[in-house]
Design a protein around this ligand. Structure first.
Ligand code: SF4
Length: 386
């Protein structure tokens, strides 16, 4: 048995352990265990500094999870967009492939609580129909292995899946959605990296939420992946009491770049059953991005998105930098609230007034309508500029 597997075995997971270790009322611990089991491996447990800290909140069951028991189990409608077991096909050219229900840690904010935990929640029998679906759908060029966590599979099992995917010519990119570099970095071994290298291009999307998760162990894991030619990106979830302030997020983003992980997404928390106590306001997220853009390198700035309820996919959010836009110009503010005008350029999408409707002559593009992004008093703006 490898070290990481032994660490999974040594995780805190029983009601007795929850009562003893975290002083949770036994009846509540039983209800929580019934709803979504606990798994706190010794590595992640060692990162807790005090009760209720940002690490504790992410892994220790909380009675608040039982309070929104009527909320949506599958707010992103992943199951409704599943044409065959284990596949979610939401976007035209990419598909999500769920290969296990197991994770190295069971995160209390998980949006897939319905899928994760018990072995019977994701069926391995579904793998064959999933491969057949991927083979038949030639428009899919990017497959994201997820679950659960695909790095909970043994190297041999993961290799079987990668090998089979690489036999499908139209699949260009394979991504691993894994939290292991953060929650159980001992899983990233030289043997695993050597195996993954055979199936490039392979990308990893990992999931750090707080600067305390950047440790010598997680640094080593991310650097090993980078040295194996695997680009590593980070998806952070904005969570109350964990990372909902600009300084914490900026520190995390800077630390990620130092361990060669590119900040990729910052998500608003999903409206998920048993995780709504983590939600923050949209304004909090906008303020965090506002405090990054211009104040630090663009490399450190993730896309801030809402994964739209009802299966609408990721929709980006930005602070409002556009004060006015028409066909001749755009008026913008920068991160210091200084105002600038950028003159528009006439091209096929903006042929200009003189050329009239369909001004490019080929009739394909109608003249764009004037867009006024925000009602603003232009003379006032011009006065400010002068
Ligand atoms: S690792 Fe991912 S899938 Fe597993 S519990 Fe955490 S958030 Fe959910």
């Amino acid at each position: 048995m490898e070290q990481w597997q032994q660490m999974i075995r040594n995780s805190i997971h029983t009601v007795d352990q929850l009562v003893e270790k975290f002083n949770i009322d036994r009846k509540i611990a039983e209800e929580l265990d019934e709803f979504f089991q606990a798994r706190i491996n010794p590595y992640y447990l060692s990162l807790i500094r005090y009760p209720g800290d940002p690490i504790w909140q992410q892994c220790v069951p909380n009675k608040a999870e039982l309070e929104d028991i009527d909320a949506e189990e599958d707010p992103l409608m992943e199951d409704a967009m599943s044409p065959v077991p284990n596949i979610t096909h939401r976007y035209p050219d990419r598909a999500l492939f769920l290969v296990t229900s197991q994770c190295g840690l069971y995160c209390r904010f998980c949006t897939r609580k319905r899928k994760v935990g018990n072995y019977d929640k994701i069926s391995m029998k579904g793998l064959e129909s999933a491969f057949k679906y991927l083979e038949a759908h030639t428009e899919i060029r990017d497959v994201i292995l997820s679950g659960g966590d695909p790095l909970m599979l043994t190297d041999a099992m993961l290799e079987k899946i990668l090998k089979r995917l690489r036999q499908i010519e139209h699949i260009e990119i394979i991504r691993l959605g894994t939290k292991m570099p953060c929650v159980l970095p001992q899983r990233i071994t030289p043997k695993l990296c050597e195996m993954i290298k055979k199936y490039h291009p392979v990308y990893v999307n990992t999931h750090f939420n707080h600067p305390w998760e950047i440790t010598p162990e997680s640094t080593k894991a991310c650097e090993m992946l980078a040295n194996a030619g695997v680009p590593v990106g980070n998806q952070m979830v904005l969570m109350k009491g964990v990372n909902d302030d600009p300084a914490t997020v900026k520190e995390l983003m800077h630390k990620l770049l130092k361990i060669r992980v590119k900040p990729y997404y910052m998500y608003m928390a999903d409206e998920t059953k048993g995780a709504n106590h983590f939600r923050t306001s949209i304004e909090t997220g906008i303020e965090i991005i506002e405090n990054l853009r211009g104040h630090t390198s663009g490399l450190a700035i993730p896309h801030f998105v809402i994964d739209a309820p009802g299966g609408g996919g990721k929709i980006p959010l930005l602070p409002n930098y556009v004060l006015h836009q028409d066909e001749d110009k755009i008026i913008l503010r920068n991160f210091k609230n200084q105002i600038y005008t950028y003159k528009n350029f006439k091209d096929k999408l903006n042929p200009g007034k003189k050329e009239g409707k369909n001004g490019n002559g080929n009739g394909k593009h109608a003249e764009p309508e004037q867009v006024v992004v925000e009602k603003i008093d232009l003379p006032v703006l011009e006065e400010i500029q002068n």
